[in-house]
Ligand binder design. Structure first.
Ligand code: ZN
Length: 496
């Protein structure tokens, strides 16, 4: 068999195993009975092992070696060989004993983190974090890097991005947004109360989330909506991209905006061309690009004035008390800027500061310029400097995220990059669809979706983020689009 045919066959088989794995994972977080956990973990573990072994097999190595020499590959095939090959070499560089050692340490680090967060006692987590940082450094050493150990960790989430580039992106963002935030909080007209706060039947909220997903173009014949504790979107396979959500009785915001957010992720996955699945490319170009799709739908569309012009009467169908609330009041309530201690609750203006804080700390931990023991005080000082808030305890400070206990260093910047990519994409969208606002205001999301399908969704992970964003917008990632978006939008809402 020709190497290319054999390579595709190999990846197609792996994709089937991954599909089974994803279905088990989805089930575990939605419907699985509690007592099934022990055996389910064994089944998932067995599948993970099979998938991992296929990703580092000698067979795959031989195909890659031959295909990397070929010049007549299509864009899809070249993208696949590039990504799969990179992944193959990164995994091969790490000794299996190390992987096992980290997996064991990760389990106890996660347990210790949960306990430390519960008791708000950093000392319970500190020795585990010390270990996880050590592992992250060793991982970087095994795989290798040119400039900073953090670069190689970033690669898992944002291929091609480096520490130095991130610094160059963050600096102007900080310099522009910090004084803007200060001015907004000092001189801005803050909405007095939010119509989203009250008492809202969960079942009706669920139906509203369903409607919101339909509105943006999510295909329920190729997915579904289920309840969970932490919302996520998961691709089970071709024609099966599922959304999960959660609802809060006394606030309409979390359930509605999470549905739009996850809906944005889901549109991306539903829009990828079918031929990408057996090439290992049926996923986002990067975590940051994936996040751009969710932020674009949730924030730049879902929190825009035209959206609320359209959505106010829709909302009133579900909760009649909104029939007398002006769209403008809903728009303002959807955009309340309020510096908070917790990243996941942050608004568009303050969100990126939460990421800057984590990025600085992660870099420092990795290169040794920050000691694990200094983390709580450093965290508190930095968040006060950025947002003027001081955590009353470490549970609301440096213990709030699960990521570090999992050894996931390098993940956080994706959240910020998602905002920046989304703003840059929106600039491009507005150029090509000058009537976007009118369309959204009349509930027509078809042209927008068609654009996203064509430019972003269809090509999945064929191109790395840098190449993708340049192909679409004609320029490299530039934070000025986000700065302009935020300043214009919030100057208007806050009457600055
Ligand atoms: Zn997301």
């Amino acid at each position: 068999m020709d190497a290319l045919t054999a390579y595709k066959k190999h990846l197609a088989e792996t994709a089937k195993l991954s599909s089974a794995q994803a279905l088990l994972n989805w089930d575990q977080q939605t419907h699985m009975p509690r007592k099934a956990l022990a055996f389910r973990s064994q089944v998932s573990g067995a599948l993970s092992k099979m998938i991992f072994e296929r990703s580092v097999s000698d067979e795959l190595g031989r195909y890659l070696e031959e295909l990397e020499k070929r010049e007549n590959l299509t864009d899809e095939e070249r993208g696949s060989v590039h990504r799969v090959g990179k992944n193959y070499r990164r995994r091969k560089a790490v000794p299996p004993e190390f992987v096992e050692e980290v997996a064991i340490a990760r389990s106890s680090a996660q347990a210790a983190w949960a306990e430390a967060k519960e008791a708000s006692d950093y000392s319970l987590f500190e020795p585990h974090l010390e270990k996880m940082v050590g592992y992250a450094r060793r991982l970087a050493d095994y795989i290798g890097y040119e400039d900073h150990p953090y670069d190689t960790l970033l690669e898992d989430y944002e291929p091609g991005m480096t520490c130095a580039e991130l610094r160059g992106i963050i600096e102007p963002l900080r310099q522009e947004l910090l004084p803007f935030l200060e001015r907004l909080l000092r001189d801005g007209a803050k909405p007095e109360s939010s119509p989203f706060v009250g008492s809202f039947d969960i079942d009706v909220q669920r139906r509203l989330a369903h409607r919101a997903l339909e509105v943006i173009g999510y295909d329920f014949a190729a997915g579904g909506l289920d309840d969970v504790v932490h919302p996520f979107t998961i691709t089970i396979g071709t024609g099966d991209v599922r959304v999960t959500n959660r609802y809060v009785e006394n606030h309409l915001g979390p359930g509605l905006f999470a549905a739009l957010h996850e809906g944005g992720h889901a549109l991306y996955n539903q829009g990828m061309r079918e031929s990408l699945l057996p090439l290992g490319l049926s996923r986002g170009a990067s975590n940051g690009i994936h996040e751009s799709q969710s932020r674009l739908i949730e924030n730049q569309i879902g929190r825009s004035r035209p959206f609320w012009t359209f959505f106010q009467p829709v909302l009133a169908e579900y909760f009649p008390q909104f029939s007398s609330v002006a769209p403008d009041a809903l728009h303002a309530a959807a955009n309340i800027v309020s510096p908070s201690l917790i990243r996941v609750e942050a608004d568009e203006v303050t969100y990126n500061f939460h990421i800057m804080l984590r990025f600085e700390i992660e870099m420092g931990l990795l290169d040794g310029s920050i000691a694990v023991t200094d983390l709580p005080s450093l965290w508190n000082e930095t968040i006060e400097r950025y947002l003027g808030v001081v955590p009353p305890d470490d549970a609301q400070g440096c213990l709030q995220d699960v990521h570090w206990s999992m050894g996931a260093f390098g993940y956080f910047p994706s959240y910020m990059l998602g905002n920046l990519y989304a703003a840059q994409l929106l600039t491009a969208i507005r150029k090509e669809i000058p009537t976007l606002d009118d369309q959204v205001a009349s509930g027509d999301f078809g042209t927008l979706l068609a654009w996203l399908r064509r430019e972003v969704h269809d090509v999945g992970a064929i191109y790395e983020p840098k190449e993708l964003i340049e192909r679409i917008t004609g320029e490299t990632l530039d934070p000025s689009h986000f700065i302009a978006y935020v300043s214009e939008k919030y100057s208007e809402i806050y009457k600055l």
